[in-house]
Design a protein around this ligand. Sequence first.
Ligand code: 6PG
Length: 265
Amino acid sequence: MNPEAREVVVLPDAAAVARRGAEELARAAAETLRERDVFAIALAGGSTPERLFRLLGTPSAGGFRERLPWARMHFFFGDERLVPPGHAESNYRMARAAFLESVEQAGLLPSGNVHRIRGESRDAAQAAAEYEEELRIFFRPSGAEPPRFDLVLLGMGADGHTASLFPGTAALAETRRWVAANWVAKLGTHRITLTPPVLENAARVLFLVTGEEKAATLAEVLEGNVDSERLPAQRIARSSGTCQWLVDADAARDLARPRQAQGKR
Ligand code: 6PG
C-alpha cells in the first residue's frame, strides 16, 4: 500500500472513534453505491466495534439507521469463534444484538443480506469451506482472484493480531484459500478467519483501536520496523488499498509522531 493511502486519526475517546467509524462506513457505502449495485462489508469482531454497531442500529443516534442504504448492503464477518450464534463469545451474536436484529425486524435489512460464519459447526475446516463457498456465490469471481470487499472493519489485539490472524499462526501463510480454520495455540482453539489474500484485496480497510493496553503495539505497528509475522495487523495495513486507523488518545499514547496521527476530516 502506498504510504499516502494510510491515514491515522487520533480521537479523544472510544465514543468518538465509534462516531467517526460510523461516519466513515456511511461515506464508504455512499461512494461505493454511486458506482456499484451493492456494498459488501466485513465486520470486525471483539468488543471495540460494538459502540459503532449500536450507533448504526439506534434510531436518531447520528441518523445512521435512517440514512444507510440497508437494502443494498451485505454484511459479512472477518472472523468467528467456534461457538454457536447465540453464544456470548460469538461475533455474530454481538453484531446481531447491537444492530442487525433491529434493522432486520424494522424491515430495513433483508435477512439474506447477512452472511454469518457457522461457528456452531463441529468441524472448523468444514465451516471455513462453507463460508468460502458463500463468498464465491456472492462475489462470483471470474478467475482465481480473491473477493474484493468494499470495506473491511478490523480491530487489533495487544499482541498485534487482527481478525483471527494471530502472530505465528498458519493462516498468515495462506496464499490460496479465502477462509481458513486457523489453530490458535494460545487460545487452545480454532478460529475461522478471512485470510491475508482477502483482507489485502479490500478496497478499503478501517482499523478501530482503543485503550492504553494497545498503545505499545500500535506504536510498533505504525512506527516500528516491518515485522508482519509478529504483527499481522501491520501486514494487512501495509498491503491493503486504502487503510485508515481510527484510534483513541489512550491507544495513541506511545505514538512518537502525533502530528502524523492527526487525521483530516
Ligand atoms: C475477534 C476479532 C479480533 C479483535 C481483536 C481486538 O474475533 O476477537 O476479530 O481480531 O478485533 O481481538 O478485540 P477487542 O476489540 O475486544 O479489543
